[in-house]
Design a protein around this ligand. Structure first.
Ligand code: AMP
Length: 177
């Protein structure tokens, strides 16, 4: 990924102040998704981060992680596994509760989605505090996955998410703020 390509991606991300609540600067990736060239660049960047490694599956996090995760999986010709908010998956699940700034949340994966020993990559749109990614990485570990890497389109470095999930393996972000 050239610096010029990264700059093109960075300038396409739209900052929306006070969404979904006052004080949050929301990173809107829809302008990247709406542009075919940029969309391809984003997946090129994620693919590059794990180049040369054997990967069996990509896990994507509800909901924007489905977009990046599924595209990456299709690019690599491997399977995609959704990690979903509680109550959305129809089959037998394994779940984990995790703390939010206010209250808690739960995330689930089908218990047969990953076979023990499979090489798995996590994909999401954005790493903030790392609470969500940490919960999913925990589920992946419980499933017996060999965690190859966690890939994010955006990382909000000042929130310390990287430290929170560092013990699970390598972390790659295309754009850091
Ligand atoms: P966290 O668990 O704090 O790392 O939050 C991760 C999830 O929240 C990501 O999957 C994002 O979709 C969403 N998120 C958190 N902060 C932002 C933000 N400033 N802009 C856009 N999405 C965000």
């Amino acid at each position: 990924m050239t610096p010029a390509s990264l700059e093109r991606l960075r300038s396409a991300v739209r900052d929306v102040p006070d969404f979904p609540q006052v004080g949050i600067l929301f990173k809107d990736i829809t302008p990247v998704l709406a542009n075919g060239e940029l969309l391809k660049l984003a997946i090129d960047g994620m693919e590059e981060a794990i180049a040369g490694q054997r990967v069996d599956k990509v896990v994507g996090i509800d909901a924007r992680g489905f977009i990046f995760g599924a595209m990456l999986a299709a690019r690599l010709g491997i399977g995609f596994v959704p990690a979903r908010k509680k109550g959305k998956l129809p089959w037998r699940t394994r779940g984990v509760d995790y703390a939010l700034e206010y209250g808690t949340n739960s995330i689930e994966m089908h218990e047969d989605a990953i076979n023990p020993g499979e090489n798995v990559v996590l994909a999401d749109d954005l790493l903030a505090t790392g609470g969500t990614a940490g919960a999913v990485l925990d589920l992946m570990r419980q499933s017996g996955a060999n965690i190859v890497a966690s890939l994010f389109f955006i990382e909000l470095g000042f929130l310390g998410g990287r430290e929170k999930i560092a013990s699970f393996g390598p972390i790659h972000s295309l754009l850091t703020y």
